[in-house]
Design a protein around this ligand. Sequence first.
Ligand code: COA
Length: 168
Amino acid sequence: MTELRRPEPLDTRRHDRAAFDSGEPVLDEWIRRYAGQNRRRHTAATWVIADAEDRIVAYASMSITAIDRSAAPEEVVKGAPDPVPALLIGRLAVDRSGLGVGTALLGHLLATALELNLSAACRAVVVTALTPAARGWWERFGFRPLDGEDGLDLYLLTHDIEVTLRNI
Ligand SMILES: CC(C)(COP(=O)(O)OP(=O)(O)OC[C@H]1O[C@@H](n2cnc3c(N)ncnc32)[C@H](O)[C@@H]1OP(=O)(O)O)[C@@H](O)C(=O)NCCC(=O)NCCS
């Protein structure tokens, strides 16, 4: 694999998105068509890992969100307001050529969550797994279902991020 850059914000003028292929067309279309407008509208920030030629090999988006107290486990809601402040990982995808980069990108997102938490607190990081199979990948890092065993909506308490970061 060619040399990869550290995670950086998507620059739609510089980064090459044309050939990005994660195997999930909906995620490939999002980085090409919607990531730029979400940034301009302040609804999602996209981070990318690119190679030396600025081709994107992995991306993820983050936004501020909130968790409905009525649908969350006790450890999420205890002592928290309604809704519970949280950080959303909206999308995460790795190009088929860059497999292995997903963990590094998630590590960056979780470190960013810890930093953000100091200036605007978030109780947890949440994500909706694309499929039941993808849920297994998130569970490797300590994410748990928000709403019962089989749900695809997952969370990781901010309190537990440091443990996850030590293990990846
Ligand atoms: C899921 C995805 C992000 C993983 O990216 P990646 O770069 O291959 O991830 P990593 O290399 O960091 O992690 C791979 C490890 O996770 C494991 N893994 C992969 N899929 C898994 C799953 N569904 N359940 C459990 N473990 C899984 C691999 O066996 C590998 O284990 P190893 O490190 O012990 O060899 C990537 O395959 C992808 O973009 N898929 C399509 C889009 C998608 O599903 N995105 C998830 C959004 S919800």
